[in-house]
Ligand binder design. Sequence first.
Ligand code: HEC
Length: 123
Amino acid sequence: MKNPVVPYILIMAFGIGLIFFMSIYGVDKQEEIALENGEEQSSDSQSETQADSNKAFDPESFVQESCIGCHGNALEGAFGPALKGTSLSKDEIVEVLQNGKGQMPAFKDVDQAAIADYILSLE
Ligand code: HEC
């Protein structure tokens, strides 16, 4: 006995199957793309950090990045006191960097002595 509805059901089943297949395939693809991008990004930042650690510490650019926001563009003093022409000794500057002072955060993982030398080299 031939049921005239059967071909429609088959087509419907095929259509639903196709939708499932495409969405699952799409999710896989999305993950793949995300993974690829993620890997690229992490390998990028890896090579960057490697380059950074190979580079000799440059106190001038560190100070430009980390200190001028509070101490002024020329370290002439702003939110924090002037560092240019400071009367502090090298040891005292290192101590401020090691422990922080008042509102100033500590900078522990850097070459504090090189920073102090740099500050004292400013006239
Ligand atoms: C969040 C803002 C801020 C940042 C960033 C900052 N400082 Fe300071 N710094 C201060 C403030 C405020 C003081 C004054 C603290 C006090 O006397 O209570 C200070 C004090 C100092 C002093 C002591 C000065 C004095 O005459 O007593 C030195 C030296 C110093 N900072 C160096 C640095 C260096 C070098 C950097 C960058 C590595 C830096 N600071 C980054 C806010 C900052």
